[in-house]
Design a protein around this ligand. Structure first.
Ligand code: MG
Length: 389
């Protein structure tokens, strides 16, 4: 076999986050002794992995859980399996760029930890419920509350006591918050962009779910291969190539191969383009990434166009499809009705949630309680309380 050409996209080491014990970004709110053989971000990765909120991702919808004809199915992504796919991609990209892979993986594992039940329908409903009271739901900020407060695993403090880099990345991986509007987040350097390890998470997330949702949509029979071919040339050219390489392949395997090539093309492009943008800065430090004119983790224009087209196609034909309408309507009904019930009868919440009311207010307490629920738990609670009224 021919030796493969060496793929070298590593950035200068000073552009990566320093993960050593002495690093300013490895600082924790409560000082802890160093671990004899694990670096700070590796410990954070494990803390997220061992969190209750992480385990509950197994019971939260990613896009859908039902087959149109047959009802519930176990074949599709949950938020947990989606999260593991994002972690795989983030680790690959970070390693290729010479970044801190443990930080990237910790951030990927945490990136959806703040998501409420029922996927985006649940998030929209919870946000609507809060807006009636002049508040809103933001899953990044909710994730920060989970890791800094709700998780209780240590005698000496609440939360997971994660490093500054991981908390900053949880806040800033997918959007920028104006410093003026969020004085409570001052610690997270809102006027600066996050390190590349955090910047790449949002695109790793999109690459993971766009290809996975095509896969699940095809598997569920909500999407058809011809329909995807027609709408997305980026898929079609890869599907054609897969069929050229294996003309006898079963239809499912040809589609699998096309999706694998799509994913690989997105990941490779993310590595190459991010490297090009970071190199173009002409400086080789983390500070230069933080103060760059824009976020640097990016896809090149043609792949960015393919990403946007894939997303638009999925919104029109999967996320907001007629097949999904009933599931979304039911999700919204359950969240909104339960929200109002818990406002009226806070005693229905467990005692440890009720203790939060004096400090956080009733509305936020109810939102936090609902946001933490799995799909099955919220349905069970709704059925027990409202389903019979
Ligand atoms: Mg995600």
């Amino acid at each position: 076999m021919e030796p493969r050409e060496k793929f070298d996209a590593a950035l200068p080491p000073a552009m990566a986050v320093d993960g050593g014990e002495a690093s300013a970004l490895a600082r924790r709110a409560h000082a802890e002794p160093p671990h004899p053989y694990r670096a700070p971000f590796a410990r954070d990765m494990a803390r997220v992995l061992h969190a209750r909120a992480f385990r509950r991702l197994a019971g939260k919808t990613q896009v859908f859980t039902r087959l149109p004809a047959e009802g519930l199915s176990d074949h599709f992504r949950s938020r947990l399996t989606h999260t593991l796919e994002v972690a795989q991609i983030a680790r690959t990209v970070a390693a290729a760029l010479g970044l801190n892979t443990e930080l990237a993986e910790a951030l990927a594992l945490a990136h959806d930890i703040g998501h409420p039940p029922f996927g985006h329908a649940g998030e929209r409903a919870l946000d609507r419920a809060l807006r009636r009271h002049g508040m809103n739901f933001d899953h990044n900020l909710h994730a920060l509350r989970i890791v800094t407060w709700f998780e209780e695993r240590y005698p000496a403090f609440r939360g997971l006591n994660l490093t500054l880099a991981v908390r900053e990345g949880i806040v800033k991986h997918s959007r920028d918050y104006a410093a003026a509007g969020h004085p409570e987040l001052a610690e997270y350097l809102l006027d600066e962009f996050p390190p590349l390890e955090a910047q790449l998470i949002d695109l790793a997330d999109e690459i993971a779910y766009l290809t996975a949702d095509l896969d699940d949509g095809l598997g569920a029979g909500i999407l058809a291969v011809d329909q995807v071919r027609e709408a997305l040339p980026f898929f079609r050219t890869r599907h054609d190539a897969a069929l050229d390489d294996a003309p006898q392949a079963a239809a499912k395997l040809a589609a699998d191969e096309a999706l694998r090539r799509m994913l690989n093309a997105f990941v490779t492009d993310l590595i190459v383009e991010t490297r090009a943008q970071a190199s173009a800065l002409g400086a080789a430090t983390l500070a230069s990434i933080r103060r760059a004119p824009r976020r640097l983790a990016a896809l090149s224009p043609p792949l960015e166009a393919a990403r946007a087209a894939t997303k638009a196609f999925l919104y029109a034909n999967l996320y907001n499809s007629a097949a999904q309408e009933q599931e979304h309507a039911q999700a919204e009904k359950v969240v909104l009705e339960l929200f109002d019930l818990l406002l009226a009868e806070p005693g229905l919440m467990p005692p440890d949630h009720q203790t939060q009311i004096p400090g956080e207010g009733l509305v936020r307490t109810v939102a936090d309680y609902i946001a933490g629920m799995t799909d099955a738990f919220i349905v069970q609670l709704w059925t027990r309380t409202l389903g019979q009224r």
